[in-house]
Design a protein around this ligand. Structure first.
Ligand code: ASP
Length: 247
């Protein structure tokens, strides 16, 4: 999941890493999280800047520190300790994100746009993992942290139920504890029904989101109540698929 997330972070079409949505100050502040469902080990970073691949730092928090979440300067100092190179802040700003930022400024738009990236996976032995990375909602206030680095909200993985990554309106996702809610439902329900339990929970807070979920037996689902969600899947035997539109 880390490798999948890194490749999406490097792709300017998605709101993570290079291409992150900009804050209201025109800066990039990224959040990411990673979880291993076998050991229930999780790591996350919030409000990091000048890092090309926040997901790798999130994984390092899980595997190399006794902590789960590091934010801001402390997270970046940890990246320095690991020898992770800092990149110039401007190098994370993609032309598309800048255009959106300018449009937002000009139109005083209040609706945030989404585009967080996520990956979930299961191996032959039924071990699951999840990763999520984002620039956060567009035009967010500097210092705002969304659901993506919060374990149990934007990301969760447990070999006893499944691995989940969410995108969408972070404040709504936080309020319904989305990923853990879906994970608990997946203990007894097929993937799609469990994911729909999450969308149902979001109705109470009028939340828009997209969810990807894989269970330890390989059953998986990709559901959303947004207009569209770019998504793709691949199986070990090479069978694969991708879609953007509903259905
Ligand atoms: N969930 C992210 C956040 O609220 C935004 C997104 O999905 O694009 O930070």
């Amino acid at each position: 999941v880390e490798a999948a997330a890194r490749s999406l972070e490097d792709n300017p079409w998605f709101n993570a890493g290079y291409g992150s949505a900009l804050t209201s100050a025109g800066t990039v502040e990224m959040d990411a999280s990673w979880m291993d469902g076998e050991r229930l080990v999780a790591g996350a970073v919030g409000c990091v800047t000048r890092l090309k691949n926040p997901i790798s730092l999130a994984r390092a928090v899980a595997e190399k520190t006794p902590h789960v979440l590091l934010v801001g300067p402390g997270a970046e100092a940890f990246a320095d300790e690991l020898g992770t190179p800092r990149v110039p802040a401007e190098s994370l700003i993609a032309p598309r994100a800048l255009d959106r930022f300018k449009l937002h400024q000009q139109t005083a738009r209040t609706q945030p746009s989404f585009g967080t990236i996520g990956a979930v996976a299961v191996d032959q032995r039924g071990h699951v993992a999840a990763a999520t990375s984002t620039g956060g909602t567009s035009f967010k206030r500097p210092g705002r942290v969304g659901d993506s680095p919060l374990i149990g909200l934007g990301t969760y993985a447990d070999d006893e139920a499944g691995a989940i990554s969410a995108t969408g309106h972070g404040e709504a996702i936080i309020r319904v504890v989305l990923a853990k809610t879906i994970c608990d439902a997946a203990r007894t329900l097929p993937a799609k029904e469990a994911a729909l339990v999450g969308l149902k929970a979001l109705e109470r807070v009028q939340g828009e989101a997209g969810i990807i979920l894989v269970k330890p037996d390989g059953d998986f689902a990709m559901v959303f109540n947004t207009v569209q969600m770019s998504r793709a899947w691949i199986r070990a035997d090479g069978l694969e698929g991708s879609a953007v539109a509903p259905g």
